[in-house]
Design a protein around this ligand. Sequence first.
Ligand SMILES: C[C@H](N)C(=O)N[C@@H](Cc1c[nH]cn1)C(=O)O
Ligand SMILES: [Zn+2]
Ligand SMILES: [Zn+2]
Length: 477
Amino acid sequence: MAPQLDAYFKQVDTLAESFIERLRKAVAIPSVSAEDERRPEVIRMGKFLQAELEALGCSVEARELGKEPQREHLDLPPVIVARYGSDSKKRTILVYGHYDVQPANLEDGWATQPFELTVDDKGRMFGRGSTDDKGPVLGWLNAIEAHQKAGVDFPVNLLMCFEGMEEYGSEGLDDFIAAEADKYFKDADAVCISDNYWLGTEKPCLTYGLRGCNYYSVEVSGPGQDLHSGVFGGTVQEPMTDLVRVMAQLVDTDGKILVPGINEMVAPLTDDEKALYGDIAFTMDNLYESLGSKTGIFPDKEKTLMARWRYPSLSLHGIEGAFSAPGGKTVIPAKVTGKFSIRTVPNMEPAKVNEAVFKYVNDVFKKLGSKNSLKVWNNHDGRWWVASPNHWNFTAAGKAVERVWGVKPDLTREGGSIPVTLTFEESLKKNVLLLPMGSSTDAAHSINEKLDRRNYIEGTKLLGAYLHYVAEEPTGA
Ligand SMILES: C[C@H](N)C(=O)N[C@@H](Cc1c[nH]cn1)C(=O)O
Ligand SMILES: [Zn+2]
Ligand SMILES: [Zn+2]
């Protein structure tokens, strides 16, 4: 099966150092979508990708999405769409990834410069975006290059869609996909996304579910400006005190969501589903290794996996406007904005979740009897997704995993969110597969994000192998 794969694999090994150089160049571009001043860097990263794809002989277009709604001073980064091959006898696979990254600053506690790829003696390649999602995106480009240099026929037509706003709510992308479903993406037979992680560090997986994400801001304001706490403390109702009290009533220490109505929206657990968790290769030590502590909520793997995959969670992320620098500043902030999000699961509807959150936050604030003002709003929401893994797309990926890693993959769901997954499924009406490259210890979104050299290089082999097995897989398998 897939007889030319050995030549392809050998070429990937030969090119490994240049693939790492490609990742080094990508990590050096601080394409942080959430920071206004770095928006030009996101656009520069899109141009970098475009140039790399053109150099590989792909036909590439940078599709503009216009200005960011409500923040018209900011350009949305373009969607980079590309095609490699257009042979009507071959299957066409559409791959998606994102070229923006989460914020990162050395002062947050990084051991190395976040935008300099730093490879240590264990082959850990540290740098913001290494695993989420620049490494996997470049994996597709590496696969094209290794086929060319090995003289191995590319087994499918490849359509690519790389966005620059995923970490900031995929602004504008849903409409773009819907509009292009019958145009640019017309001949896609299936979709593959490499933008999540293995559950542990050794066992690869194929992923068929994601949680959604409703993201909120809650602003409390009162005084006309920041105040001296010695002069005004004890005489003024403080916005930060009110905000902290509101935020403290959203979730408890054991992760229980305190917003009435949320837990009732969750689909009941069936016996069939319950039986799936026992066989998953995951241990509490995997969790502790990724956490860097033993502060997990649940004592066993089943409850932990269910909490990550099939139950909602509410996380508090930060407070804008609050004093947070080292040292002591005796200030009373005049306006503070708390940020929190709810990861959503079947059968939660984003609009109903918003309704419940808005009502509860306003009720809690009212009970404080404060003279300050509160506003709560939804920044963005992305829907959960659960698909059937009984499709040739998954079968092909399973074979590729066995060929590259020598083990059958686990079928997993993911606690994180990739909002466009469901959009692709609904707009194109094609199967979507998530095929992760990185592992559980990669620390995506955190300090010291990394991708292991092994996962990047074997992951590049995996993406190529997947395309070969896709080409061979009969329809209906
Ligand atoms: C799983 C994926 N790599 C990822 O990190 N997705 C983000 C998407 C998001 C949602 N709101 C803002 N960004 C995530 O799950 O946080
Ligand atoms: Zn991310
Ligand atoms: Zn991502």
